[in-house]
Design a binder for this molecule. Sequence first.
Ligand SMILES: *[C@@H]1O[C@H](CO)[C@@H](O)[C@H](O)[C@H]1NC(C)=O
Ligand SMILES: *[C@@H]1O[C@H](CO)[C@@H](O)[C@H](O)[C@H]1NC(C)=O
Ligand SMILES: *[C@@H]1O[C@H](CO)[C@@H](O)[C@H](O)[C@H]1NC(C)=O
Ligand SMILES: *[C@@H]1O[C@H](CO)[C@@H](O)[C@H](O)[C@H]1NC(C)=O
Ligand SMILES: *[C@@H]1O[C@H](CO)[C@@H](O)[C@H](O)[C@H]1NC(C)=O
Ligand SMILES: *[C@@H]1O[C@H](CO)[C@@H](O)[C@H](O)[C@H]1NC(C)=O
Ligand SMILES: *[C@@H]1O[C@H](CO)[C@@H](O)[C@H](O)[C@H]1NC(C)=O
Ligand SMILES: *[C@@H]1O[C@H](CO)[C@@H](O)[C@H](O)[C@H]1NC(C)=O
Ligand SMILES: *[C@@H]1O[C@H](CO)[C@@H](O)[C@H](O)[C@H]1NC(C)=O
Ligand SMILES: *[C@@H]1O[C@H](CO)[C@@H](O)[C@H](O)[C@H]1NC(C)=O
Ligand SMILES: [Zn+2]
Length: 541
Amino acid sequence: MKGEMLFIMLLCLAATAHCYPTYRESNSTYMGKRKEFLADEANLVIGSSLVLNEKEQKVNEILLKAKEREFSRGFKRTFPPAVNFLKGKPLVENSTVFQIIKRMPKGGILHIHEVSMANASWVVKNITYLPHLFYCVKNDYYSSLRFNFSTTPLTQSPPDCVTDWVSVASARAQMGADIFDQILHHNITMAAQNPDVAYPNITMSWMRFALALSPLTDLFFTTSAFRLFMWHSLERMVQDNVQYVEIRTLLKPLQYLNGTKSSQEHTLQEYIRVLKDFTDQYPNDFVGGKIISSSLRYPLNKTLVRDQVYLGMDFRKKYPEFFAGYDLVGEEDSGGPLIDYIDELLIPTKLGMDLPYFFHAGETDWEGEFVDKNLIDAVLLNTSRIGHGYAIGKHPVVMETIKSKGVAIEINPISNQVLHLVHDIRDHVGASLIADDYPVIISSDDPGAWEALPLSHDFYMAFMGMAGETTGLKLLKQLALNTIKYSAMAKAEQTTAMALWQAKWDKFVTEMVAEYSNEKRLHDELNSVDAQKRPDNKYSN
Ligand SMILES: *[C@@H]1O[C@H](CO)[C@@H](O)[C@H](O)[C@H]1NC(C)=O
Ligand SMILES: *[C@@H]1O[C@H](CO)[C@@H](O)[C@H](O)[C@H]1NC(C)=O
Ligand SMILES: *[C@@H]1O[C@H](CO)[C@@H](O)[C@H](O)[C@H]1NC(C)=O
Ligand SMILES: *[C@@H]1O[C@H](CO)[C@@H](O)[C@H](O)[C@H]1NC(C)=O
Ligand SMILES: *[C@@H]1O[C@H](CO)[C@@H](O)[C@H](O)[C@H]1NC(C)=O
Ligand SMILES: *[C@@H]1O[C@H](CO)[C@@H](O)[C@H](O)[C@H]1NC(C)=O
Ligand SMILES: *[C@@H]1O[C@H](CO)[C@@H](O)[C@H](O)[C@H]1NC(C)=O
Ligand SMILES: *[C@@H]1O[C@H](CO)[C@@H](O)[C@H](O)[C@H]1NC(C)=O
Ligand SMILES: *[C@@H]1O[C@H](CO)[C@@H](O)[C@H](O)[C@H]1NC(C)=O
Ligand SMILES: *[C@@H]1O[C@H](CO)[C@@H](O)[C@H](O)[C@H]1NC(C)=O
Ligand SMILES: [Zn+2]
């Protein structure tokens, strides 16, 4: 080898003109290797091992045609995954890819929080029109709101309010319903004209986020609103072609109109009741749901976590079909890392009791800080899945472990963007995880806060922003299948869910072929979104 190199170098010195092209291998050998290399990579993408039937192949063609045109448009103008969703949502609504994804049965939502499942307009128009509702304005940066349902006269507002309790109905009458409802709407979402100015950093976006959720929490955990909230949220899921849900919840006691509070167990029973009733009413659309109890990790409160761990073990025994496990939630950067609660979190192991964990971990940009180590603790505590796992690219051993053990990462693309971890979704670690067949599911975290659909917008962002132009229906299909595979459902439940999903999938595929095989429709839709092409890339395959 050494001699050969020397020989070539001498040859180059002798005749400088033609030495480079003949250096190692012929052009055709090189191009062959290149082709193989590209194929090797394509064969690693999530879903690449699926075999599509004839109809699915047709849908794949339609989808890829649309994706290509939308990439071209993005290249020339704006690419929706690169724009803060609070501003870029209208761009998404115009996309043919999005229209197809909306129609697609997507399986389950495995990472979503109870109070942000509802549509904000619906909350304003329906929940805040219920009788006996009061509000006060808080003494915080955004003058956010507190709510309280009460039939007993409310004398003193809480210390964090700067106003007295005011009747919502009379304030609405006084101010005019349009204006008043707009103010309420603004209070319970993160909507902003220019989100990059309104929330210039992670501190501001999390502050606004928390203050939008807080009044919703006041409304949600009441006997007046709980069932309405839940029913509406589940209906939205069905409308968005979602078949199953696992809900992260603070599991607070419900407050009655007279101010009495029930128990956490009662709240769990109410969840179970509404999930059962809903599934009975929509047997062909929905297979059910489970509850993941979640405590706020910050401010630090070991007593709380200890109590909740014991309660969790109890609920696992009493309600095994519905109670899936436990999690800690809230801004990770603020504190309350898993290691601070290690004694409490090891209780089930020590007692030999069952309490699956579903930890949020690695929702941070701060490598090497205490918060960054949540990923390691989550894995060591045998978490069933990891919420976000955004920092995972910096932890190769964690990556290896989740792949070998099949611990799914719950990626919430829009949440990570709006809450300031990543600006352009193409820069998200999820792109690498998808490219290399890691166990991944796509979810939506808090769609209500940024006015997204329960799952479709996030599926769109993952498909467009975390997977290449030539990655098509196989990825979408596998992402849907993964939501069943990595769910907390028992084997028999998964079989039922698969059957329901498969029937919907077949129907979806048939409908797409019928609707788009009229080439004119696809052509018109694509042209309407300015499909000027990039310079041709003749080596693309
Ligand atoms: C090498 O092969 C590529 C692809 O077939 C071709 O476009 C290119 O012109 C070739 N280059 C040479 C120096 O033959
Ligand atoms: C919610 O409010 C709207 C507007 O007032 C009304 O049309 C709708 O029927 C209400 N929905 C429910 C479930 O109460
Ligand atoms: C919330 O409502 C209060 C009371 O009307 C208002 O002063 C405040 O500006 C609103 N905050 C947001 C963030 O919309
Ligand atoms: C975040 O932005 C706010 C508002 O501009 C500013 O007051 C604050 O200092 C910033 N915080 C950090 C950590 O950059
Ligand atoms: C409050 O209402 C609930 C439900 O109607 C009832 O069970 C409870 O006894 C009442 N509490 C008081 C103090 O009246
Ligand atoms: C809400 O109203 C009830 C009375 O019905 C009262 O017991 C409770 O303290 C009020 N909540 C707050 C935060 O003031
Ligand atoms: C911690 O949680 C417990 C149980 O929920 C509660 O009683 C206590 O007030 C909390 N302590 C602090 C300091 O917040
Ligand atoms: C996690 O699982 C492994 C393998 O089953 C076991 O050895 C270990 O004790 C478990 N860890 C905890 C904290 O339960
Ligand atoms: C929320 O509901 C309103 C009123 O029905 C509707 O216009 C809007 O599109 C809905 N938004 C989402 C994200 O579902
Ligand atoms: C959506 O497409 C229509 C034309 O098809 C165009 O007029 C409109 O401006 C587009 N909207 C956005 C937000 O791109
Ligand atoms: Zn979350």
